[in-house]
Design a protein around this ligand. Structure first.
Ligand code: FNR
Ligand code: 8K6
Length: 345
């Protein structure tokens, strides 16, 4: 357990105070204009003893929104709002990355009065959470020119994150959102340079990584991936080859870390021969962040067994702003309940 509380060097730019990360947690509490609030600054600052906070997913442009009141990083007001958050976290000695997000086909015109865009014109069945009257629509397939614009918009949002004082960014390439929609056969039926083969299906993710790295430096860029489809998408055995290719490509690049996107890491996937975390460990050479129903104890065991290097904690950190202090003193934790999402504690 002691290892978890020791500093961890990610690279020449970043050494973390400990091996805990705060998992990105959408809270739907941004103010008008999707601007972060003082309450959000105080909420993140209460958790500044965590080695690295990953912000709630933050949209790179208006048509990337899929839930109410999620913050953005494309307007000057949003940048100014985030400055309050990063300053509050830094004042307490913490570090924070912005998670950059576009939901692709999981958007709805309700949020932005524009088209819903995705790799292919395949709808996700169902409705927007918390807004049950909004049925997901059939998206329009992106043109290549629109894909290039999206890559530029990701890079600009990363530059905005640095202007706002973030220590880096995590690219949200997981959980069935836009980047993940390119990486899985269930949502990518393209037959151009962005579809059909592992190389083409990985192209968008890699171009986003490269454009952001060119702008802010790869040492300040993390990437979240869900090689096992478990939410918003159906898995397909052919997805395995896409992630095999993508990870080989990522091994040749500088990144701060790769972070698994999952809710429960005991899930296994036939086409990954087991847990997604073990698959990533076997195929990715850099720092790996594990997540998904871990306690400090089970994370310490996993790190000792060399299954990953750092652990991200989600729901327990919603319920316990003083998670780290409690774990250190072996005090009991408040159990998480969904009702806690109504308030920023
Ligand atoms: C999440 N999760 C999540 N993931 C992500 O990449 N971006 C996000 O914005 C969110 N938002 C979010 C909101 C809420 C309320 C929950 C519960 C989860 C997933 C999260 O980062 C994490 O992977 C899971 O919660 C599993 O970790 P725990 O909670 O078992 O430690
Ligand atoms: C896989 C990424 C998860 C995206 C998170 C969306 C966040 C919404 C969570 C909905 C949970 C509903 C609980 C309702 C609580 C009342 C809040 C006012």
């Amino acid at each position: 357990m002691d290892t978890l509380f020791q500093p961890y060097r990610l690279n020449g730019a970043l050494t973390l105070a400990n091996r805990f990360m705060m998992a990105p947690l959408t809270r739907c509490m941004a103010g008008p204009g999707l601007v972060p609030t003082e309450q959000m600054a105080a909420y993140y600052a209460r958790r500044a003893d965590i080695g690295l906070i990953i912000s709630e997913a933050t949209i790179i442009r208006p048509d990337g929104q899929g839930y109410p009141n999620t913050p953005g990083l494309y307007s000057q007001e949003q940048i100014e709002g985030w400055k309050k958050v990063t300053q509050a976290v830094h004042a307490k000695g913490g570090k924070i990355f912005a998670q950059l997000w576009h939901v692709g086909r999981l958007s709805h015109p309700f949020f932005h009065q524009a088209e819903v865009l995705a790799p292919s014109a395949i709808a996700h069945e169902g409705t927007v959470p918390r807004m049950r009257e909004l049925v997901y629509q059939v998206p329009r397939a992106l043109t290549v020119a629109e894909i290039l614009q999206l890559i530029e918009d990701y890079a600009q949002a990363a530059a905005n994150a640095i202007e706002a004082g973030f220590d880096g960014v995590e690219i949200h390439g997981a959980n069935g959102y836009l980047i993940d929609q390119f990486l899985h056969h269930a949502s990518n039926l393209r037959d151009d340079a962005y579809g059909a083969t592992p190389e083409n299906m990985s192209r968008f993710a890699l171009e986003v990584v490269d454009a952001i790295s060119a702008r802010i430096g790869g040492e300040r860029v993390g990437l979240r991936l869900s090689p096992g489809a478990y939410v918003h998408l159906a898995g397909d055995a052919r997805d395995r080859a896409v992630f095999d290719y993508l990870l080989i490509q990522l091994n040749g690049r500088t990144l701060a870390y790769v972070h698994l996107g999952i809710f429960d890491d005991s899930l296994t996937f036939d086409y990954l021969d087991g847990r997604a975390s073990d698959y990533l460990r076997a195929h990715y050479d850099g720092h790996l962040v594990g997540v998904g129903n871990y306690t400090a104890e089970s994370a310490a065991d996993a790190i000792k067994a060399d299954r990953f290097d750092l652990v991200a904690i989600g729901r327990p950190l919603i319920a316990n702003p003083d998670y780290l202090a409690k774990v250190k003193k072996a005090e009991p934790l408040v159990p998480y309940a969904d009702a806690m999402l109504a308030e920023l504690v």
